[in-house]
Design a protein around this ligand. Structure first.
Ligand SMILES: *Cc1c(COP(=O)(O)O)cnc(C)c1O
Length: 414
């Protein structure tokens, strides 16, 4: 009985943001400030670090309040499949960085893309997507959604006429990823936005590789941004997560799907990503600077036939990339003259760079796309996509650039 006061803390309902809250005030701050401050809501304890709310459900002051929360008449938390304060904080912060009205977080990047499709499409609708999307996205569109009567046309990523030619009466969604993986092809976001909007369709951009630090698709005319937060937003290879950011009209539809179907981000993962966002700019800038240096160095190495990196003057869309992105990003690929043998030698000679297909980590990673990420598609399809046996992809981390060069030089010399 003595601790009755402790048992009944003041209601925090006035402190909690809604799932898809808009940010008129916070958007007045500059991105670096938003990255560390947006979404911060202190409890009565005045904690400085963001609190982590590991709770699946929330309690109500009365039967009437419970009813009001369930009906939506009163804003507030009900159940963590719908919303949770830690997840809300992460959503608010990412929305601020993307310049979006609202954001909905999901359990992974793939569940973000699935949720977007389920929220905006129905049987008979059609998607126009750029070639060279993340493998699972291609399988989701070409395989799973096709089963439910949603067809996708894949078009060459850099050919604007192909997007127009692919239009059908029921094209509802354009979906692009730029730069592409692993060849770093750059899609003209503003131009594709114009084509999509003329057709009355939405343009969604997978902004995983650039993050809002290097590229803001909404400012270029896109309607929706999707993220695999698993990559640079966490940035340290710890958790899975995803997000959809855009207008409230779109995110409200996504939220309706999410609260019912449940591909919800866990509060623990949301907290890790929330803290990852605080260092996103300095990581992206440092990793991009190293990637540019490594790309230049690789171009000068014997046995290297070609380097794909948007920050290089030799990149076919260098000018577009520099207009649309702040830098070339942290991912590059390069082709070895000696084909698979030469490529595998470089991989096997590494002692530092991790041999893994993951990316977006502070630890650099190397992968041979033809036998890993793109190993399941036919040799012809691989050749058509420009993914040769001599191609290697590196996602550059935060190690000393000289150590990275030495790690690659060993295999290149063999
Ligand atoms: C990893 C990745 C995804 C999928 O994200 P998960 O978090 O693994 O589900 C989607 N798009 C791109 C570009 C990715 O790199």
């Amino acid at each position: 009985m003595a601790n009755a006061e402790v048992r009944c803390p003041p209601s925090i309902k006035t402190l909690i943001p809604t799932t898809t809250m808009t940010l008129p005030d916070e958007q007045a701050f500059r991105p670096d400030t938003l990255a560390v401050r947006a979404g911060t809501e202190r409890t009565q304890f005045g904690e400085h670090g963001e609190a982590m709310y590991l709770t699946s459900s929330f309690v109500f002051d009365s039967a009437a309040q419970a009813a009001a929360r369930f009906s939506g008449a009163e804003e507030g938390y009900v159940y963590a499949r719908f919303s949770n304060p830690t997840v809300s904080a992460m959503q608010t912060r990412l929305a601020a960085l993307e310049g979006a009205q609202a954001c909905v977080a999901t359990a992974s990047g793939m569940s973000a893309i699935l949720s977007l499709a389920m929220a905006t499409l129905q049987a008979g609708d059609h998607i126009v997507a750029s070639n060279g999307l993340f493998g699972a996205t291609q399988q989701l569109f070409g395989g799973i959604l096709a089963k439910f009567g949603i067809e996708t046309s894949f078009v060459p990523a850099t050919e604007l006429d192909a997007y127009r030619d692919a239009l059908r009466p029921r094209t509802k969604l354009f979906f692009i990823e730029t730069p592409s993986n692993p060849l770093t092809e750059v899609v003209d976001i503003a131009a594709v936005a114009t084509i999509a909007h003329e057709a009355g369709a939405l343009l969604a951009v997978d902004n995983c590789f650039c993050t809002p630090v290097l590229q803001r698709p909404l400012a270029l005319g896109a309607d929706v941004v999707v993220h695999s937060a698993t990559k640079y937003l966490d940035g340290q290879g710890r958790v899975l997560g995803g997000a959809i950011a855009g207008s409230k009209a779109v995110t409200d539809e996504v939220f309706k799907f999410l609260r019912t179907a449940g591909p919800t981000l866990s509060p623990f993962n949301a907290w890790v990503i929330l803290k990852g966002l605080e260092t996103l700019r300095i990581r992206m800038e440092a990793q991009s600077a190293s990637a540019l240096e490594l790309a230049r160095w690789l171009e000068s190495q014997a046995g290297v036939a070609r380097v794909h990196y948007p920050g290089l003057a030799s990149h076919p869309q260098h000018e577009l990339a520099m207009r649309q992105q702040k830098s070339g990003g942290a991912i590059l690929s390069f082709e070895l003259e000696g084909g698979r043998d030469a490529a595998w030698k470089v991989v096997d000679a590494t002692r530092l760079i991790s041999i893994t297909a993951n990316l977006g980590d502070t630890k650099s990673t190397i992968t041979h796309p033809a036998t890993t990420t793109h190993g399941r598609i036919s040799a012809e399809a691989r050749a058509a996509a420009g993914i040769g046996e001599g191609l290697l992809r590196i996602a550059v981390g935060l190690e000393d650039i000289e150590d990275l060069k030495e790690d690659l030089a060993r295999g290149l010399a063999r």
